[in-house]
Each structure stands twice: as structure tokens, then as C-alpha cells.
Design a protein around this ligand. Sequence first.
Ligand code: COA
Length: 252
Amino acid sequence: MTDLVTTEIRDRVLTITFNRADKKNALTHAMYAKVVDAMRAAESDSGVRAILFTGAGDSFTAGNDLADFRDTPPLGADAPVTQFLQCLLTARKPLVMAVNGLAVGVGLTMLLHADIVYASESATLSAPFVDLALVPEAASSLLLPARVGHARAAEIFMLGKRVKAQEALAMGLVSAVFPDGELADAAFAAALALSKKAPEALALTKKLMRGDLDVVGARMAEEGKLFGERLKSPELLEAIMAFMQKRPPNFG
Ligand code: COA
């Protein structure tokens, strides 16, 4: 079976690639679990100085696998997605994200925990939680309005607006935009540059820039509780059935 997440350490950069291109790199429980293992190992490995995320094919990630949401809803602290979000929250090592195409749901919200976000010209970002009868996660209900302002965050969360790369750059959601063929090299170069910096100075700078992580963590937990409740709602089932049946949802 193909490895649905691949990891590679080169020049002290750990590259984590979502590798499920036929499903737009939608993330299953097993994929989150593998990412968590890789991130935890990296935190205590002096041979890793920066972590780079990207996706195979034409997508970064289409977000959580919707069949998993329906069939085995991720609930509580032990759920791999919860652990993944904790890893993003507590990461000491710099995170670089190369958004090579579609970034949906957690594909967008994880960017709010990154240090450097590079996107390809063809990247499109969205977080249509309300369209799925869900609520935002990853503390994004706090971090996204803080980053782009309430008015634009509401378009993204509530209207399900898709933001193209250049607009994401203008909003401050990404650090820079590159032609599609240049993204991978640019992102690796950034991660490599970070890997050569003084690691303690880098970790402290990251911590200072991220502000009060207790507040961010508390919001993440609050969202997680509501998200878990939404996963059991009839509205969510209708949203997912509609997606599977390739029809608009009917919320009555
Ligand atoms: N979970 C499970 N499967 C997904 C998926 C997801 N989040 N996103 C895409 N896929 C699957 C599709 O079902 C399809 O599978 P199929 O070929 O077996 O039918 C395949 O990936 C390709 O997706 P498709 O919808 O045909 O591609 P597209 O380019 O027309 O649209 C998206 C891409 C990402 C815009 C669209 O698939 C989508 O809206 N996905 C759901 C995203 C989402 O809501 N994520 C959760 C956010 S919390």
C-alpha cells in the first residue's frame, strides 16, 4: 500500500508530504497519526532543525477525510487530529508550509501555526466549516480574525469563501507566492536557511511571536468540544451525505 504520508530528513530539514493525491490529500486518522509520530520524533532529534509540510499532486490537503468524520468521528484528546493540533501548538522547531494547491479546512487552519507559509500561484485556501455544519478548529476562530480581521474571516468561515494565493498574500495569510514550478525549491531553501540559524534563538523568537499559548490552547479546547458535538449532529450527516452524493445540502 502506498505510504499516505511520506517523511524525509535531508540537510536537517524534515519534509512531511501528504501523499494521497487521488483524494486531494484528505487526511485520515492514520495519516494524522503518522504526522504526529514524525513531529514528536523531530522535537527531540537534534538532527532536525526545521519541519517542512507539503502535498503530493495538485493539492496541499482537502482537509479531514469526510468519511472518517461520518464513520469514526475524531473525539477527545486521544484522537490523532487532536494530537496533531497539539503538536502544531507546542512545536518548538520552525514550521514551513509549502501550499502547492488546494488547502481546505485544516489545510488552511494549520497555516495559522506556521512560521513561513509559501504558496504556489495556483493555490486556493478555504475553511468551509459552516458549509459542513461544523465550527472552526485549531484555534482558528481566534487566530484567523486576528490575522485578517473579523470581516474577512467571516467571509472565509461563514460564507465558505475560497481565497486565491495573491489575495491570501494581501491578507497576510501567506508569506510569499511563487510560480507553481518554483514553490518546492523556494520552500526548501527557506527551511534550509532556518536549519542553519541558532536553534535556541529561533525557538525563543518563535515563542515570543506566538504570544500566550495558554489562551490559544484554551480556544483550541473550546472549539474541540463544540466540534465534537457538531460531529454527532444531523446537520453534519446531511452535509456529508450531500458531498458524497455530489448534491447541495438541504438543511431544511
Ligand atoms: N474527504 C474525503 N474525500 C475527499 C475529500 C475529503 N475531505 N476531498 C476530496 N475528496 C475526494 C473526492 O470525494 C473525490 O473522490 P472520488 O474521485 O472517489 O469521487 C476525490 O477526492 C477528488 O475530489 P473532487 O471533489 O472530485 O475534486 P475537485 O477538484 O472537484 O474538488 C475539493 C476538490 C477539495 C474542492 C472538493 O473535493 C471538496 O470540497 N472536498 C471536501 C473538502 C472539505 O470539506 N474538507 C473538510 C473541511 S473541514
